[in-house]
Design a protein around this ligand. Sequence first.
Ligand code: ADP
Ligand code: MG
Length: 729
Amino acid sequence: MAVLRFKALELAQSRPSIPVTPPSNKVSDYYGMNVFGVDAMRSTLSSDVFKKVTNAIEQGDKIDEDVADAVAAAMKSWALSKGATHYTHWFQPLTGATAEKHDAFFDLMPNGKALEKFKGTALVQQEPDASSFPSGGIRNTFEARGYTAWDPSSPAFVLESPSGCTLCIPTIFVSYTGEALDYKAPLLKALSLVDKAATAVCDYFDKSVTKVIATLGAEQEYFLVDRALYAARPDLVMTGRTVFGHSPAKGQQLEDHYFGSIPQRVLTFMLDFETEALKLGIPIRTRHNEVAPSQFECAPTFEEVNLAVDHNLLLMDLMEKVAERHNFKVLFHEKPFASINGSGKHNNWSLGTNTGKNLLSPSSKPKENLQFLTFFINIIKAVHDNADLLRASIASAGNEHRLGANEAPPAIMSVFIGSQLTSVLDELEKNATIKIDKGDNMYMKLGIDKIPPILLDNTDRNRTSPFAFTGNKFEFRAVGGAANSSSSMIVLNTIVANQLFQFRKEVDVLIDKGEKKEVAIVNVLRRYIKDSKNILFEGNGYSEEWVQEAAKRGLSNMKSTPEALGVYVSKKSVELFEKHGIFSHRELDARYEIMLENYIKKIQIESRVMGDLVLNHVIPTAIKYQSVLVKNLEGLRGVGIEAKHTKNTIDAIKKISEYVDTLLASVEDMTETRKKANNTENIQKRATIYGNEVKGYFDRIRYAVDKLELLVDDEDWPLVKYRELLMVR
Ligand code: ADP
Ligand code: MG
């Protein structure tokens, strides 16, 4: 009998739900209590220092040493009062997770006594011995010098844990020579770029706008699996996904899980991590069941992008920690189970002004409408012109199972805008050149006097679009569940900024020639609509017809991750990023290499796990069961049972042999292919061999294993089955 599986099942079925009591019934009583945010700063800093820090946060002013010392002192007292014993610079290396290196606050004095100390220099900069983080060759490992530097725009926080509390200071991570080794440094640059570009365009419409803030609300999808069941699946433990498993009789076809009532044990888990999140100022607001069984989603209220990214990473971290208390394991992997929906991290994104206006909010006022259309159309143009780069920004080994695989949305970038806006754009495009006479209602003549204000409540939803306009924001849905949203946000904000600069330039040329401002704007927009129409798609993005239609339109459909990542180092991308100072050529090369390396390692691990499971779990089990059948056959023959009654048994015995042979041969061939790949010096070629050839064995192996799962006695099958992983709570 498959001892581990049945023990795990017994455990999973007897779990009590762990009661959770939030600090208060009112969230406002504890929201942000562990954050050194504006309130904490105002109450602990002198007004002079407070003002300087605020300016640094809002305008990016430099912080001098005195101010840093004063902030450090206040931060230390505040953190000690919260029970913190250690501090850490909290950063986002290119491994995808967050990293910490804890230092104790106390220091030894010359008299041998201990004293809690934390100076401005320790706040502003740290030099973790972080030589093992990937740097794509930028940093000589023997030198091991990477620096973390304080990001005052994301507030420090105290992370509570049973083993003590730690003050965490969000930082960027750069090499000795100033190249970014993380996600945050380029993100901050891209955000400041889009601010500049969008503010310059706002200038046409509203001189009071002096700053534009990109906003992000990241909906997070995830699966929950019982901890014991998880532990009994080596593939889940090692790769985050199941490499084998026959589809359960009941999957998501009834859609009865979606938005259904949340199981009690899950609900207390949610309440628990939400409480922890709220204490840290993460504005988590919604929770519900997702489409697949055991799949859920949570979403915060949107925030400034940099903060939203930090909060999403912190949230994922909290969810994993809190899940342990409830004997769950959280799966963020993009495709933990075959034939069942995967998990994304929908990036809801918009641009807001310092005057409090959402630039993607349609309005009933004609003048504001033109501003809305300006941003709306420029964004579509940016996506059209840079679709491949956007595709690259979401490329990963995990997301490859979700995008472009046989049962998932395709890897084609398209934009959904809904029928009403489609007709608005059509009309705008078709109007011949407009002449505006004195006394004309200019907006009426331009045909933009009445974008219905009902738009907001009336937007059609298209869940199959990778990039959809949803009334007052765009939703980039193709982002992977496990991803750091920075990747997509760096690209999106850079391409939009680049497009807005271009727009400003083109309109200015027309104005200089004597064109009326509004007419110049409309004429440029009209051309953009024509140029980028190709990217607009309103139909079913998951259908085969779309794949063909997109090919006809000349849109790319890059299924392979190495191919998509290659876009980062194309001439066009390098020029774009260098022009705006987001990435240097060297940084792009380094990133490309790191991402390929990561891709290779993930597939290598999956391939090894498959090999191990096949050889050590599946085949021995199959052969054992086959022996039972053989004995049974001998017995039947011994008592003189007719041949027609033993045929089924013989068939089963043969089938098992066939599958076992296929498995042995495939695993061996796959191992040989891995060797070939590992001996390939060129990393690009290596990644391609892994992606095309090594991974090419996966389906074949899986097919045979899943068939054996159906043949072999349930009592003996060693791997926890899909119906058990997905249904037990
Ligand atoms: P729905 O998906 O049904 O539209 P919501 O309106 O709650 O659900 O929005 C989903 C996510 O979009 C939330 O995280 C929300 O905060 C975020 N969002 C709403 N407005 C904006 C905005 N202007 N910028 C960025 N994100 C936004
Ligand atoms: Mg959504």
